[in-house]
Design a protein around this ligand. Structure first.
Ligand code: XMP
Length: 507
């Protein structure tokens, strides 16, 4: 395994994902972890990430100096290179020429890290190494950084000014592969089936003979937890699936079919549509609706779980980015364990221990093991769906009549996106119910019915998004199907707002 010490680069998670894709387990820790913890972790290699700081100032982030005495290979990337150079006796200065974006690197000396003689790389730096530390040689140069890649082959220390983890760096993957596979001698043993095996063994060891409950939502993460724990502990798992009446068409039945019927998972389905809708009656404000939906979920979950004897554990679908984010935001240290509640919150007063079998995995790994565990591809590659469901896609007050209409319109939209290959080309797509009436003509009659807005966006991180350029003929077909097939709708619009300034959801 590899340890990545994080100096705050926006690319640190990407380094970890690349290393895992290369079949090698790695973790991200804050740079200032004590050397004893690093020794105990016993990595076969260390990567120092980039970061926003400059080593030319006093008191800048440094790893413990003993990391260079562990006898393991070290790769410094960008700030990590500068930091290593400065700590080992070289010199780093702030250059007048900054370098952002593409650059060409020429390899000027045979070495075990970079083989291709000339390559296009991705740069993002102001500082650069101006004097080599003792024992190092220059292995690559760029126009603006004559000491762009350096190495001390005898100690197996390497540094690159560019970012091999981004896909814009032409041979980035090969460089990372040479570092982890050849220089650090890590095998490719982080595969879907090994991950599953690991997760199963540790879940079994953790829970022993106890009983575990899980809030199953039908989303990717909780579904994979259910499948995994079913493999691991079988009947010691009970899933609680709360149907709040705000799910998409057939969603509840599909969850029951996949888990209860096909896989034999013990699932309690709670039909709570009436309870949610009566609590939501008369409420217009989006945040108030979210709070009610969250609270009622917790109440129901608590009531149901009290009926399960001997339940000692609450399983959750927390994944690695949640762990890194909540730890980083609360303590600045990535490895500190901080529980993250993503199923509406842990019911208070329930003395349950948290079981989070996916907490070391990235989303793409969760998807891979989900497929390997036999979950349907359609479920694994589904767009995200917000916890409050259709509750925030019906603007203003939520009513059953509106939810029923919206479910039908949304199902047509999804079916057409699947049929035209646009589901995969969009990151999230859905219909929104607008409780305003608009005039239309149906045959010889005047109609006066509600409006549906269609929303489809493309995004990588859901922080910014662009509206999807779905072709007009596809939109035309979706619109005419919705107006013809869904009673109560006389007009369909397509949302062409980006985020920012709009958000993805309408509420
Ligand atoms: P916005 O609308 O903020 O959405 O651009 C960004 C992403 O977050 C999802 N979202 C939610 N997810 N509970 C959730 O679990 C919520 O209350 C909620 N609101 C928005 C949204 O679907 C999109 O993927």
């Amino acid at each position: 395994k590899i340890l990545i010490l994080d100096f705050g680069s926006q690319y640190t998670q990407l380094i970890a994902r690349r290393i895992r894709e290369l079949g090698v387990y790695c973790e991200i820790w804050a740079y200032d972890n004590p050397i004893s913890a690093i020794r105990d972790f016993a990595p076969k290699g260390l990567i120092l990430s980039g970061g926003p700081s400059t080593v030319t100032e006093e008191h800048t982030p440094r790893p413990p100096k003993e990391v260079f005495d562990l006898g393991i290979p070290v790769l410094g990337i960008c700030y990590g290179l500068q930091c290593m150079a400065a700590m080992l006796g070289g010199e780093v200065s702030t250059s007048d020429k900054r370098e952002f974006g593409h650059a060409e690197v020429d390899v000027c000396e045979a070495n075990s890290l970079i083989v291709e003689t000339r390559q296009s790389v991705w740069m993002s730096h102001g500082d650069k190494v101006t004097e080599l530390p003792e024992g190092f040689t220059v292995i690559g140069k760029s126009n603006n950084a004559p000491l762009c890649a350096i190495a001390d082959e005898s100690r197996r220390f390497y540094g690159v000014q560019f970012h091999p983890e981004v896909t814009h760096s032409e041979f980035g993957e090969q460089i990372l592969s040479r570092f982890v596979h050849q220089i650090c001698d890590c095998g490719r043993d982080w595969s879907a089936s090994n991950i599953i095996q690991d997760c199963i063994e540790s879940a079994r060891a953790q829970v022993g003979d106890d009983h575990v409950i899980l809030g199953l939502s039908g989303g990717v993460d909780s579904s994979v937890v259910a499948a995994l724990l079913h493999e691991a502990i079988g009947d010691q798992l009970t899933c609680i699936f709360v149907d709040n009446g705000l799910l998409r068409k057939n969603e509840g039945d599909q969850v029951m079919e996949t888990f209860a019927e096909n896989m034999g998972v013990r699932v309690i389905r709670v039909d709570a549509e009436d309870r949610f809708l009566s609590e939501l009656a008369g409420v217009n404000d989006p945040e108030a609706k979210r709070k009610i939906i969250g609270r009622v979920f917790v109440e129901i979950f608590e009531e149901e779980s009290k009926k399960i004897d001997n339940a000692k554990w609450l399983a959750q679908g927390t994944i690695y980015p949640d762990v890194i984010e909540s730890a980083a935001s609360k303590t600045g240290k990535a490895q500190v364990i901080k529980s993250h509640h993503n199923v509406g919150g842990l019911p208070e007063g329930m003395e349950l221990k948290l079981l989070e079998p996916l907490r070391e995995l990235f989303k793409d790994e969760v998807r891979r093991i989900g497929l390997e565990l036999g979950l349907p591809a359609k479920m694994i590659h589904r767009h995200p769906f917000p916890g409050p469901g259709l509750g925030v896609r019906i603007l203003g007050e939520v009513k059953k009549e509106y939810a029923d209409v919206l479910r039908e319109a949304d199902a047509i939209f999804m079916a057409e996106l699947y049929a035209t290959g646009w589901y995969e080309k969009t990151s999230q797509a859905f219909a929104v119910f607008l409780p305003v009436k608009s005039v239309g003509v149906v045959g010889d009659n005047r109609s006066y019915d509600y409006v549906i807005a269609l929303r489809a966006v493309q995004t990588v991180d859901f922080m910014t998004a662009t509206w999807a350029p779905i072709p007009y003929d596809i939109l035309a077909n979706i619109s005419s199907r919705i107006i013809n097939e869904v009673r109560g709708i006389s007009r369909v619009t397509y949302d062409i707002s980006g985020k920012p300034p709009a958000t993805i959801e309408w509420e």
